[in-house]
Design a protein around this ligand. Structure first.
Ligand code: FPP
Length: 243
């Protein structure tokens, strides 16, 4: 967007993005699905940089769901390798990421992830913890319902220990137990590739999110598409249940 547009637009604080359509993008080109994911990972980098450049405070990218383990082992391995590549690159480019102000966080369950990936996540979260410009949440092995189950278990443990009364449980306490604790709920959720559903993404947090869909396949998604989503968001009238 231009400087003038940037000055006039109301930016969403938190944007969630479902990176969908990589497989179809690859198929259209006669390529392996993993090539689609590779192209998708590059789009992720580009969109991350652009969103930070225009001043988005928080981004959440859905890269792999708790249900995606059902895919062929080769495809799962290829996605995990792309995730590894990104984490390694983020470590190597610590200074560059610090200059961009990226705080990188993982959201999802660590159970089932390879130990080297968990170690890299922990390192990158520590390395970037002091950055404040843009939080980048990587949702890998993430499921919205699974996240709620984890939160409920944590609260149930406090009830069992006698430190919490069931009647005292509030929405805020549930939010505080989620992987996104401390972050604003997503104002805008973007799903490319023509599918019109949320697929277990930010299930609790999306209660009042504006949804934006597009037929563009994720590898083809451009900064201009992000602008379009933000301009459309500006036309929405968010009432949060009021009038
Ligand atoms: C959905 O498209 C995409 C995925 C399940 C994987 C997304 C992963 C990446 C973009 C790379 C991960 C990397 C990082 C850096 C976090 P699909 O395969 O369901 O597409 P289709 O619906 O066209 O088959």
């Amino acid at each position: 967007m231009t400087e003038t547009q940037r000055a006039q637009v109301r930016l969403p604080r938190h944007i969630g993005i479902i990176m969908d359509g990589n497989g179809r993008w690859a198929k259209q080109r006669g390529l392996e699905r993993s090539e689609g994911h590779r192209a998708g990972a590059n789009t992720f980098r580009r969109i991350c940089d652009y969103a930070a450049e225009i001043g988005i405070e928080c981004l959440t990218f859905y890269a792999f769901s708790t249900e995606n383990w059902k895919r062929p082992a080769r495809e799962v391995a290829a996605i995990m390798d792309l995730f590894r590549d990104y984490l390694k690159e983020a470590q190597e480019r610590e200074a560059e990421n610090a200059r961009k102000g990226f705080r990188i966080r993982y959201i999802g369950t660590r159970e089932g992830l390879a130990p080297d990936i968990v170690a890299m996540i922990e390192l990158i979260e520590r390395q970037s913890a002091a950055q404040t410009a843009t939080v980048v949440n990587l949702a890998v092995n993430y499921g919205g319902r699974d996240e709620i189950v984890h939160a409920v278990r944590a609260l149930a443990a406090q009830v069992a220990a006698g430190t919490l009364q069931p009647a005292e449980i509030t929405e805020q306490q549930i939010s505080d137990q989620l992987y996104t604790a401390g972050l604003p709920d997503p104002d805008l959720i973007i799903r490319p590739s023509g599918e019109l559903r949320l697929s277990n993404f930010l299930t609790w947090q999306s209660a009042y999110s504006e949804l934006w869909f597009s037929d563009v396949l994720w590898p083809d998604f451009t900064p201009e598409d992000l602008d379009r989503a933000i301009f459309d968001y500006n036309e929405r009238n968010r009432r949060f249940g009021g009038v």
